[in-house]
Ligand binder design. Structure first.
Ligand code: SF4
Length: 380
């Protein structure tokens, strides 16, 4: 497998805003997508220097609002300005609603070899609470059609902790999805952002979040159930059959380099994290006039970068790799975080592995508590 960087391409369009979502996206107006693809090509011209790309991730927004022809245009740009590895993983996020009248095989022909479906929940009473316009049956139909179109590398996102969701409903969703034989699942606890319609409904008392203990029980149940179905937990929120781990996201968790294109997309290169402006018009003006559309950037010092590498690595069940840490920073994990590691091993929050350290199984749901220890260590 060739080792290059990851390329994230933001497709900032949605048909309507979901009630819980705080990602940057705008409503798709006629002609806006083609205009955006011109800007994206301009940014590729600016940023592309023939870098080897191992993974491409089309995220959003709703990349599946693009036709297969438009996706093909985007990937042609990638091949033109970068060096796309022959075995590159090329993922596209998709909202089932947008694919109902679409020839899914055309996306495969365009170059997509991994599809990530935003199923979220299989309950027609809960989907409108989330602002989703598809039904449970629509989502299942798209799964069947994607499989028939030859998408063997197929993932779906599910959300737990939704107002009104029950344990029985959650179990039903996981049983229904796993019965379809998908090789990858991502499970997210509903995050409530104050500025979203869901956040406002909860803050004003119109809606109530479920008991946090119930959400925790839902996660625990999934961690027991999914391995019995052959889906191994490889990251805090992700489960897959062996060999179907998301290679693009592994780049993030290994704290390796990636380049983000499009408004609000972030990059991590040579120790610098830079995020593009989160505004379509400003983005278009900048790239069309030959300027990089960076809105903010941060140069991480070595200690900050080391802490980040540990925290991201610990998200993986395989843990943080001590040998790679030495290769990267020229010092051992123990040199930098010796006291914290000793303390966490004594508490039973970390375990030693063949390659380094990992969260102990009972701390996976409480990973943030462990992460804070490394951040505190950094600040001392
Ligand atoms: S969840 Fe996805 S489809 Fe919904 S508004 Fe956010 S980016 Fe758009």
């Amino acid at each position: 497998m060739e080792t290059g960087i990851g390329l994230y391409i933001h497709i900032p369009f949605c048909r309507q805003k979901c009630a819980y979502c705080d990602f940057y996206s705008v409503l798709a107006q006629p002609g806006a997508i083609d205009r955006y693809l011109n800007s994206l090509a301009a940014e590729m011209r600016l940023q592309g220097q023939g870098q080897l790309i191992s993974t491409v991730f089309l995220g959003g927004g709703t990349p599946s609002l693009l036709t297969a022809r438009q996706i093909s245009t985007v990937l042609d740009g990638v091949s033109r300005y970068f060096l796309l590895a022959k075995d590159a993983e090329i993922s596209m996020e998709a909202n089932p609603e947008t694919l109902l009248n679409t020839d899914l095989a055309a996306y495969r022909v365009a170059g997509i070899n991994r599809l990530s479906l935003g199923v979220q929940v299989l309950d027609n009473d809960l989907l409108p609470h989330l602002g989703r316009r598809h039904t449970a049956q629509d989502a299942l139909t798209i799964i069947t059609r994607a499989q028939a179109a030859g998408f063997t590398n197929l993932s779906c996102d599910l959300i737990y902790g939704i107002p009104g969701q029950t344990m029985v409903g959650w179990q039903h969703d996981l049983q229904t999805i796993t019965a379809r034989g998908l090789p990858h699942l991502s499970l997210y606890c509903l995050e409530v952002h104050d500025e979203t319609p869901l956040g406002q409904a909860i803050n004003s008392g119109k809606m109530q979040l479920p008991d946090p203990d119930l959400a925790a029980d839902m996660y625990d149940w999934a961690r027991e159930f999914l391995p019995q179905q052959g889906l191994v937990q490889y990251e805090i929120s992700n489960f897959s059959r062996p060999g179907f781990e998301c290679r693009h996201n592994l780049i993030y968790w290994h704290n390796d380099e990636y380049l983000g294109l499009g408004p609000a997309a972030c990059s991590y290169r040579s120790g610098v994290r830079a995020c593009n402006v989160a505004d379509m018009d400003t983005y278009a003006c900048l790239v069309q006039s030959g300027q990089r559309p960076v809105g903010s950037s941060e140069c991480l010092d070595v200690r900050g970068s080391a802490a980040e590498t540990v925290i991201l690595g610990l998200r993986l069940m395989s843990g943080v790799d001590a040998h790679k840490f030495v290769q990267r920073f020229g010092v051992t994990l123990e040199d930098v975080f010796g006291d914290t590691i000793t303390d966490l091993l004594q508490r039973g929050w970390l375990v030693s592995t063949e390659k380094g350290y990992a969260l102990s199984a009972h701390m996976v749901p409480l990973a943030n508590v462990v992460f804070r220890c490394f951040l505190t260590d950094t600040n001392t």
